[in-house]
Design a protein around this ligand. Structure first.
Ligand code: SF4
Ligand code: SF4
Length: 434
């Protein structure tokens, strides 16, 4: 992956005009120049020139970013600010190592079978002792003070059964069902951590809709985290080893497409794999190109490649009276330029759609930003939650499980009862069983 000093020419394109300040959500709540995109570019520039060191202050400033890319979108010179910030975080990890919590998380993601999966299975069984259900909400509150779980934070419950375990059990019950059906395309489904451990229903809904559309769906068992948590923390080595594992897991299948219902995962698999594995030599590069060319977010796969129409849906009943507003995940709209497809799918599901004021305003999650800067993260979210509440919609749909978690917490804080759903779940409700 490109080191920070490899971005010299990009950094030199920053003319300090400040156009990015008004769109930067972290600057909007922290109100410090160093929290803005322009401030971070200056900091990265100073680091490359040896004018600042890897101090705690430097690390704090570069951690204050949700990687939403609103700055790049508003920049007249297309400065790739998120990439530069991730490269700066990687320098911090090279120089100072990973913080303790991050290294524990990454140890788990590196060996999911031995550590994370087992630990989370136990946690799933005992979570009721530590958390209590919030009436009428899809989340939990802590019963007593806990590290990293601030105040009234709405914590998503762990799934009783993880998606990859459910699929594995089904696979054992239907040996030999991995072949290509006579007609239709063969799609590999990438779960991602949140869908696997917390929201398996989104994975099940995705598979149901894909099958209904005529696709053969394979869920490769060797798959693991997409690597974004590692990349976001600056841990390039772990991002690389996770990418190689995923490459192998999906290459074993003869797939036409690789898809996921997580906007962050689809951006990483489609775009960032090339950067993560660019130093691995020509043979890996060739394999990465083949892999990346097959990746589609599930919303674009259903609309653009499969051409899903309402005719394949079992439930042809008239449009529901429920109103749905759509939140654009940053990694889908800015990261992949996908904005119409999820809206088309909501229309296909027969729901009335109403746009909110700023549909692509960031939800404030930003991966580890939500853990290390929870109150700022929720302050960013407040504007989004109020935009949703003001539509009066019954449902806010989106295409990223991370956004779903964050929106549920934010809507709970502003007292809105809006349901938060993934677009594919709305479609799956129109598909009958079997
Ligand atoms: S990526 Fe988003 S949060 Fe980070 S500097 Fe750019 S606008 Fe600000
Ligand atoms: S908008 Fe672009 S050129 Fe202007 S200050 Fe921000 S990063 Fe620099």
């Amino acid at each position: 992956m490109k080191r920070l000093d490899g971005y010299r020419s990009d950094i030199s394109r920053c003319v300090r005009c400040g156009a990015c300040r008004s769109t930067c959500p972290t600057f909007g709540v922290i109100h410090r120049e160093a929290a803005s995109a322009r401030g971070k570019i200056s900091l990265a520039d100073a680091f490359i020139k040896g004018e600042v060191e890897l101090s705690d202050t430097f690390i704090k400033h570069i951690s204050e970013c949700v990687l939403c890319a609103a700055c790049q979108e508003s920049c007249p010179n297309d400065v790739p600010v998120p990439d530069i910030i991730m490269a700066a975080r990687a320098e911090a990890v090279r120089g100072r190592g990973l913080p303790l919590l991050a290294s524990v998380i990454m140890k788990g993601l590196r060996n999911p079978d031995n550590f994370i999966s087992g630990t989370l299975k136990i946690a799933s069984l005992v979570q009721g002792l530590v958390f209590k259900k919030v009436p009428g909400e899809s989340g939990l509150h802590r019963r007593f003070p806990l590290p990293l779980i601030q105040g009234e934070r709405l914590v998503p419950p762990l799934a009783r059964r993880f998606l990859l375990d459910i699929i594995e059990k089904e696979r054992k019950g239907h040996r030999g069902d991995n072949g290509r059906h006579k007609r239709g395309i063969k799609v590999g489904f990438f779960a991602g951590c949140i869908i696997n451990y917390i929201m398996p229903d989104i994975g099940i809904a995705s598979i149901k809709v894909l099958k209904k559309a005529g696709a053969t769906v394979i869920v490769p068992s060797g798959q693991t985290c997409c690597g974004m948590p590692a990349l976001g923390m600056g841990d390039v080595d772990d991002a690389r080893s996770l990418a190689l594992k995923n490459l192998e897991a999906f290459e074993e299948q003869d797939l036409d497409f690789i898809t996921t219902a997580c906007a962050t995962c689809s951006e990483v698999l489609k775009r960032r794999f090339r950067d993560i594995l660019e130093d691995e030599g020509p043979e890996i590069k060739r394999r990465v190109e083949v892999f990346c060319s097959k990746v589609r977010d599930i919303t674009e796969l259903l609309v653009n490649d499969i051409g899903l129409t309402s005719l394949v849906l079992d439930d042809q009943s008239p449009t529901s009276e429920k109103i749905v507003t759509y939140h654009d995940p940053c990694h889908l709209r800015r990261g992949q330029g996908i904005k119409d497809e999820p809206r088309e799918l909501i229309d296909l599901a027969g729901l009335k759609r109403k746009e909110m004021k700023h549909p692509c305003r960031c939800c404030g999650l930003g991966g580890s930003f939500n853990i290390t800067n929870y109150e700022f993260s929720m302050e960013i979210n407040r504007g989004k939650a109020l935009d949703i509440k003001n539509t009066g919609a019954d449902i806010v749909a989106t295409a990223c499980p991370g956004c779903i978690m964050q929106l549920r917490d934010g809507l709970h804080r502003v007292g809105a009862k809006t349901e938060v759903r993934h677009v594919v779940e709305l479609l799956a409700e129109k598909v009958g069983e079997g």
